[in-house]
Design a protein around this ligand. Structure first.
Ligand SMILES: O=C(O)c1ccccc1N[C@@H]1O[C@H](COP(=O)(O)O)[C@@H](O)[C@H]1O
Length: 212
């Protein structure tokens, strides 16, 4: 079965429509004020209304509190929550309280970082392997950084998983072949500048995923 793709950090109707038209399985809406992709609840609601039922709406959060989750989930009519920098216990509590599909981001730079993935077994529905951003970075993701895909070789994944971190139209086919990812996730790689998505890059990325 071909891999599917999530286009993350969408903020305009045109680029959201490009993701849907290109065959994205998931679209990502960011709720994190320091991010150039952060959305107001009103804007998220407008975008969510354009997403057809076969495409899943994923909210992206960084260690969110319940109030933010509830407001964002309602505005974005979210079906899944992608949680960065959130402890396994907190991920489990969010999953139990919201009853939404819950993804835990696992930041990777070395093989040892994969140990962190096991702690989410039973707490999350899916792992999202992402590149670890440098200490002091404003964002824990969405910076176009890649990790060494070879680190996943032979790893027994404790949960269904997705690959992210520095993917783009030129490298995504190789990433899928190299890692066996069934779901890939991109943000910076389909932008012309941080937070500015590009419809042509989105279409090209999704074409490359289909062809992989
Ligand atoms: O995109 C953001 O601004 C963001 C903010 C906070 C946490 C995660 C964020 N993005 C996620 O990061 C990965 C990798 O992105 P990139 O393709 O390397 O730019 C992806 O899952 C985004 O959803």
């Amino acid at each position: 079965m071909p891999a599917t793709a999530k286009i993350c950090g969408l903020s305009t109707p045109e680029t959201l429509d490009a993701a849907v038209a290109g065959g994205a399985s998931h679209v990502g809406l960011v709720f994190f004020p320091p991010s150039p992709r952060d959305l107001s609840f009103d804007r998220a609601a407008g975008l969510a209304g354009r997403v057809p039922s076969h495409v899943a709406r994923v909210g992206v959060f960084v260690d969110p509190d319940d109030a933010l989750l509830d407001q964002a989930a309602a505005a974005g009519r979210l079906q899944a929550l992608q949680l960065h920098s959130t402890s396994p216990d907190r991920v489990a509590a969010i999953r139990a309280r919201t009853r939404l599909e819950t993804w835990a981001a696992v930041p990777i730079r070395t093989r040892t970082d994969l140990d962190g993935a096991r702690a989410f077994a039973g707490a999350a529905d899916r792992l999202l392997y992402d590149a670890k951003t440098p200490p002091g970075s404003a964002l824990p993701g969405g910076m176009g950084l890649r990790f060494d895909w070879a680190l996943l070789d032979g790893f027994r994944h404790p949960l269904p998983w997705a690959l992210s971190g520095g993917l783009d139209p030129a490298n995504v086919a190789e990433a899928i072949r190299r890692t066996g990812a069934k779901l890939v996730d991109v943000s910076s790689g389909v932008e012309t500048a941080p937070g500015i998505k590009d419809a042509w890059k989105i279409a090209t990325f999704l074409k490359a995923v289909r062809a992989a």
